[in-house]
Design a protein around this ligand. Sequence first.
Ligand code: URA
Length: 254
Amino acid sequence: MEAARRRQAPVPEGSRADWLVRALGRAGVLPRAEAERAVREGRVEVDGRVETEPFAPVLAGSAVRVDGQPCSLEARTRALMFHKPPGVVVHGSDPEGLGTVFERLRAVLTPELRGYEWLAVGRLDRDTTGLLLFTNEERLVAHATAPRTHLPKRYVADVEGSPSVEALRQLREGIVLEDGPTRPAGARLLAPSRVELVLTEGRHHQVKRMLAAVGHPVLTLHREAVGTLSLDVPEGAWRLLSDAEVEQGLGFRA
Ligand code: URA
């Protein structure tokens, strides 16, 4: 109860102040679940005393040791692109047992990057493939997914039938869905049953709902780009983004 209350409370005041387990995950020391275990097992010291409360407040400059080893809580923003394969979910667990993107990513990361708590920047459906960004910085997730940011996302969908000029016009101008009208979008035909859509919002199942609304249910969906970042790694692979890519490609300043 206490832990749940603390998790929802605002971050403590102070420069780069944070809850202990979140700070460890952001700094690449231990991902959140492992950090929580280490803290509860009494393996983490903060400023010279063992801390057993995972949500104890810490400052970036606190002297922290894990298993006796000093570690820094100073964290710089890191971000990577991952080429999501079909079948895996963007959730912490998968009730169907096919796996999560977090498990897939962790399995292919280099050891020095496995200490981070990698947060997914938005979601893709289980069957959607393509560009999924991850970061250690919650503010980047908030920036990229905020409705007011209007970060463009480019999708390619194979659909039933062949959308007409009129259907493409409707997609471009906006469609009234159950949760309101869609913003103007880019829409063009790449092949008789293949549509490219560029959206500047990210509502639940939005591409599938828009295409179904104009009579062309989606058969397969792939995300090619977010902001000005285009997917350039093979399925199941990842690469780190440079600071310039994060700043210019996603419009985020750390
Ligand atoms: N729109 C969808 O319908 N599904 C996705 O996975 C992403 C966007």
